[in-house]
Design a protein around this ligand. Structure first.
Ligand SMILES: [Zn+2]
Length: 253
């Protein structure tokens, strides 16, 4: 089964690269599944609702105040015009005079009452705007927390994305060096055997199933350029060489 078409170490390298990609993708999932972010985003939604609600109340009260101001202004104009008539000397009937006087009195009383209401509203608005400021500060603080967590998360994801990108390029490169029949065997075993198709034999032990080769088999395993089959777990197996440790170190860095 010696194959001069390629360096059998490429098979192990492909396996190690794919393991590294899986590990990094698991890290990506872990980074994305950020419990702190979920809880801070919930907190933000709550404080934002509180903020929107008090602003709504403030605006309602403010338009009530504006309406009262407008009514007072209209009534003041009416008082002015009524008083103008009263003092113009054109009113001759005492009944008409009385009616004007009565209207002026009612309008003035109405205005006084509304001015009291306006004052009360203004005090309430003043208190509310302090509360709004406090809630705004709280909202800003929580929002800054959300953004900080998101930024940290995105930085980590960016780093992982680059690492995975590099690993995928390296995988493509290795794949281009492996003959098609071995690649097919690799894929088949990977699917059948929990994602691990290639094993390394060191001191007669398989590094995947951790079993020792029977001595009859072990004696036959002596060619470093050959792809063997682990008699116990059935994976493709090659003899250990230092190069494998070097690749491992490269992939971990
Ligand atoms: Zn094995």
């Amino acid at each position: 089964m010696a194959d001069s078409r390629f360096n059998v170490t490429d098979l192990v390298e492909l396996q190690m690269i794919e393991n590294a990609i899986s590990a990094r993708l698991a890290e990506v999932e872990k980074v994305r599944d950020n419990k702190e972010l979920i809880s801070v985003e919930k907190e933000f939604a709550e404080v934002k609702e509180k903020f929107d609600e008090i602003n709504r109340k403030y605006n309602d009260l403010e338009s009530k105040r504006k309406k009262l101001e407008d009514t007072v202004e209209i009534q003041s104009e009416k008082i002015k015009s009524d008083e103008g008539k009263l003092f113009s000397g054109t009113i001759t009937s005492s009944k008409e005079l009385e009616n004007y006087q009565e209207e002026i009195k009612m309008l003035k009383e109405g205005n006084l009452e509304m001015e009291d209401q306006i004052l009360e509203i203004m005090i309430e608005l003043e208190e509310m705007s302090e509360k709004i400021k406090a809630i705004q500060d709280e909202k800003d603080k929580v929002e800054a927390g959300v953004n900080r967590i998101k930024n940290e998360m995105n930085e980590k994801l960016e780093v992982l994305k680059n690492i995975v990108g590099g690993l995928k390029n390296r995988r493509d490169d290795v794949i281009s060096r492996i003959p098609k029949d071995y690649l097919e065997k690799y894929k088949e075993l990977k699917n059948k055997k929990g994602g691990i198709a290639v094993a390394v034999l060191k001191n007669d032990f398989c590094n995947v199933c951790n079993m020792q080769m029977p001595s009859v088999e072990a004696e036959k395993i002596d060619n470093a350029d050959k792809v063997y089959r682990c008699p116990i777990c059935g994976r493709m197996a090659i003899i250990f060489r230092d190069e494998i440790d070097n690749i491992k170190k490269e992939l971990e860095s």
